[in-house]
Every structure is written in C-alpha cells, then in structure tokens.
Design a protein around this ligand. Structure first.
Ligand code: TYD
Length: 136
C-alpha cells in the first residue's frame, strides 16, 4: 500500500508559524469541502468507513491523530503529530481515526457530502473491492 504524506511549507519565525494550502499547487484535487473534527473524547475512534469516489487530505491541526488505513489486503497506521503534515486518503480505503490529546482533524475533500459515496460496513467494503476487481 502506498502511503502519501506531504509536509506543507511553513512560514515560521519568533512570532509563530503559518502554513498555506493553495488549490492546484499543494493538493492534487479541487477542494470542494472542508470540515474538521474536534472535542473527541481521548482515545475515541471514529471513521469506520471507506469512500467509493471521494479523495481526502487529513491534517491534524492540534494534538495527535492515529490514522489506520486498510485497502482490504494490507493495513497501515500513520501517526499525524504536526499541523503542517497532510495524509492523502484515496478511494477504496477503509479508515479509522484514533484521537488523542485534544486533537483537531482538518479534512479537505474532493466533493460535497454524499452519503451514497460511503461504505459503512467492513464486510460490504470487502465485497465492493471484489466486485471492482471482477470488473477490471
Ligand atoms: P462521519 O463521516 O460518519 O464522521 P466520522 O467518519 O468522523 O466518524 O460523519 C458524522 C456525521 O456528520 C454523520 O451524521 C454525517 C454528518 N456529516 C455531514 O452532514 N456532512 C459532512 O460533510 C460530513 C463529513 C459528515
């Protein structure tokens, strides 16, 4: 499984740090939606789904987020600990996100919210992957 993380440039001096993400330059898709997840109880796990067409970049703005990715064959865990690091999560990727230390997770998404794009049952995810393989 290929893991794509990006360390976005930081403008840093004694007054603090600033990171900028420009469409067409830092993110490989047009950003159609931005949301953020916060006030998650310590150690809580969210996610438990995959997307059929949605691409996302996950950025942990504060604290630590452990992202578990599963493509149906392999599992990888990526720990996001700094606010200028982004993790690309493409299609057909089961993800769970564990929140620690008052974490705030920013998500940049390639399309508006559409519940039909979610696969929310793990068994259904594996079945969907098999169907995709059968079609290719
Ligand atoms: P969900 O994607 O399941 O969150 P997580 O993957 O972090 O557990 O979304 C939680 C709820 O928020 C669910 O009821 C759908 C709603 N929601 C929207 O209405 N719009 C959105 O853009 C998103 C991401 C979620």
């Amino acid at each position: 499984m290929d893991i794509v993380t990006t360390d976005f440039p930081e403008h840093k001096n004694h007054t603090g740090a600033l990171t900028v993400l420009e469409g067409g330059q830092h993110i490989p898709f047009d950003i159609a939606r931005v949301y953020y997840i916060y006030e998650v109880p310590e150690g809580e796990i969210r996610g438990h789904h995959a997307h059929k067409t949605l691409q996302q970049y996950l950025i942990c703005l504060q604290g630590t987020c452990e992202i578990m990715l599963d493509d149906g064959k392999q599992q990888r865990t990526i720990c996001l600990t700094k606010p200028n690091r982004g993790l690309f999560v493409g299609v057909n990727m089961w993800r769970t996100m564990k929140f620690q230390e008052n974490a705030i997770l920013l998500v940049l998404a390639s399309a508006p919210y559409e519940e039909e794009d979610y696969i929310r049952q793990y068994e259904g995810f594996l079945q969907y992957l098999q169907e995709q393989e059968g079609m290719s």
